[in-house]
Design a protein around this ligand. Structure first.
Ligand code: KIV
Length: 271
């Protein structure tokens, strides 16, 4: 019975309930089937197929080049690896900015073509109508405020947002607007901890922080960052729980040496 309860699916209602009960929400990103399985088995509540995939998997300099097609395939793979966690798919740059109609169609693709339960989009008041249309159509929406990486060119780099009264007030208002538009939760990225704590205390929907302090209802990190598997750049807010790039590189180098020297394959690997 306890096991059955543990594996029951995380839904938008479960996420809302967790906030009500004061239970923290553990979220990480996922881009492939085997990692999704491990994350799910480890009790992670929410798997975000983030457009961070563009940087940490596809090697782009930013998330801007990522396309819908590049998001759909990994989202399908992640969904195949999950029994319990909620899977949320990230709307890539230009998948929702062009028109409310194309935004709705693209968000709908994630629910029709994959088993994702919700989508995420970046930005506040400017997308309220889009969020309203998606939620009216039955598509749960996760908001994303603060440092929204798709606006990196406008911000002039990956910088903390919401510093100063005016900037903080704007993020606070945006959080309320996104909630009123129907979002079921909101990511707060790289905003001062005090501001994130205030927003969390005011909103009825959960906040998921990344570089936003301990006061949020949940936390998310890019999995490749927390595993130490992405070496190009590590934001200050990342805690590295492993340094996987080191044993991976050692294993690859040993394999290379053994192939070249004839040590591998041994008799036990041959027929
Ligand atoms: O794309 C992503 O992975 C994200 C998270 C870091 C919130 O947006």
């Amino acid at each position: 019975m306890a096991e059955e309860k543990k594996r029951s699916r995380v839904t938008t209602a479960v996420i809302r309930d967790m906030k009500r009960r004061g239970e923290k929400i553990a979220a990480l990103t996922a881009y492939d089937y085997p990692t999704a399985r491990l994350l799910d088995q480890s009790g992670i509540d929410v798997l975000l197929v983030g457009d961070s995939l563009g940087m940490v998997v596809l090697g782009y300099a930013s998330t801007l080049p990522v396309t819908m097609e590049e998001m759909i395939h990994p989202t399908k793979a992640v969904c195949r690896g999950v029994e319990r966690a909620m899977v949320i798919a990230d709307m890539p740059f230009m998948a929702y900015q062009v028109s409310a109609d194309s935004a709705l169609l693209n968000a709908g693709r994630f629910l029709k073509e994959t088993d994702a339960q919700a989508i995420k989009l970046e930005g506040g008041r400017e997308w309220a109508e889009v969020i309203r249309r998606m939620t009216s159509a039955g598509i749960p929406v996760m908001g994303h405020l603060g440092l929204t990486p798709q606006s990196v060119q406008q911000f002039g780099g990956f910088k903390v947002q919401g510093r100063g009264d005016e900037a903080a007030r704007r993020i606070f208002e945006d959080a309320r607007i996104v909630q009123e538009a129907g979002a079921f939760c909101v990511v707060l990225e790289a905003v001062p901890a005090a501001l994130a704590g205030e927003i969390t205390g005011t909103l009825g929907i959960p906040t998921i922080g990344i570089g936003a302090g301990v006061g949020c209802d949940g936390q998310i990190l890019v999995t490749n960052d927390m595993l130490g598997a992405f070496e190009r750049f590590t934001p200050r807010f990342v805690k590295q729980y492993a340094t996987l790039s080191v044993p991976m590189r050692e294993a690859f180098a040993q394999y290379s040496r053994e192939v070249k020297s004839g040590v591998f394959p041994g008799k036990e690997h041959s027929f």
